[in-house]
Design a protein around this ligand. Structure first.
Ligand code: PEP
Ligand code: MG
Length: 327
């Protein structure tokens, strides 16, 4: 275990034929960044900022948010930290008289994430200002969850410009070059990913939600868990088309859902052209080991097989065969 961790920290994430794949950490609190760095993370690919709101009995102020984001950014020592704006709603519910969130009969299809933020401008602007202020201390990136189309993305980017103008008026420093990108986790965003290119500096695919919505399988419902199939041909094709859209638009594409940290799935994702994987930091050493023991060309063959196979369980079997033959 200890040797594995040292190995992960001291070696780069490259395939045998030399292709670099960034391995990023998913974190929920600013303090986790330095630990992730020790485990060999190339940055933070997903800071789930809603945990600052869920763990408190009172909404965090702009100042408190700033402190948390800055801590993550400083903890990463110059490596990028991708902060996701508030993704409340769905399964992440907060009981607070300060937040106008209510129980809904279809919470995953309801008042969630960017939908809620675009409706609560003061709250959203204070989060964006907190992120921008923290961006002066290292390399921050902003990521919007649950984008369904270009209108929403453009509105979010307009709010970001407003937040920047507030800081300029106050003479407060921030990174003028800060990048913002869309999460691709709603089928409409995946199908029309080309329409999101002009408003995104990168895409990050949220496969947890994307799979749930593509297959109409509640990600939390045990009774349909057997239908939640990351290797379903529809999922494989959708990932392929998102990557193609990103490449055509010349922007980076990463995955930050659970599949990114699954060593069996990694060769497929890399073969489809994904350049960056974001996962719970403890999974990084294992995924790095997988990447160092495969070639890009092999991964591409696996992706080709997966795109031609009509049965998700056969795709999974092939992935398991590859994994056990190699690791
Ligand atoms: C996802 O949907 O894949 C994702 C990374 O976000 P969350 O699990 O927080 O919804
Ligand atoms: Mg999600």
């Amino acid at each position: 275990e200890r040797r594995m961790i040292e190995f992960a920290r001291d070696t780069t994430s490259r395939t045998r034929d030399g292709v670099r794949i960034d391995l990023m950490a998913n974190i929920e609190r600013g303090e986790e960044a330095s630990k992730a760095l020790e485990l060999g993370a190339d940055g933070v690919g997903l800071f789930r900022s809603e945990y600052l709101f869920m763990n408190a009995n009172k909404l965090p102020s702009e100042e408190e948010q700033f402190t948390a984001y800055k801590r993550a950014i400083e903890g990463m020592e110059g490596l990028p930290v991708t902060i996701r704006t508030l993704d409340l709603g769905g399964d992440k519910f907060v009981e607070s008289s300060e937040l106008p969130l209510y129980r809904e009969s279809n919470p995953f299809l309801g008042y969630r994430a960017i939908r809620f933020c675009l409706d609560h401008e003061a709250l959203f602007l204070s989060q964006l200002r907190a992120i921008l202020r923290a961006s002066a201390f290292g390399k921050a990136r902003i990521m919007y969850p649950m984008i369904s189309g270009a209108l929403e993305l453009n509105r979010a980017n307009e709010m970001l410009e407003t937040a920047k103008s507030h800081l300029r008026e106050g003479g407060i420093a921030f990174d003028e070059g800060i990048q913002a990108g869309a999460m691709i986790e709603i089928p409409s965003a995946a199908v029309a990913a080309d329409t999101l290119i002009s408003g995104s500096s990168f895409f990050s695919v949220g496969t947890n939600d994307l799979i749930q919505y593509l297959l109409a399988v509640d990600r939390l419902n045990d009774r349909v868990a057997h239908l939640y199939e990351p290797t379903h041909p529809a999922v494989v094709r959708t990932l392929n088309s998102i990557v193609s859209a990103a490449k055509a638009g010349n922007i980076g594409v990463s995955i930050c859902g659970e599949v990114a940290g699954d060593p069996v799935m990694v060769p497929l994702l890399v073969g489809l052209g994904v350049e960056s994987l974001s996962m719970s930091a403890t999974l990084i050493p294992n995924v790095k080991f997988v990447i160092q023991n495969m070639d890009l060309a092999e991964a591409q063959d696996i992706a080709k097989m997966a795109l031609e196979t009509t049965d998700g369980s056969i795709i999974l079997e092939r992935l398991l065969d590859f994994y056990t033959s190699r690791m």
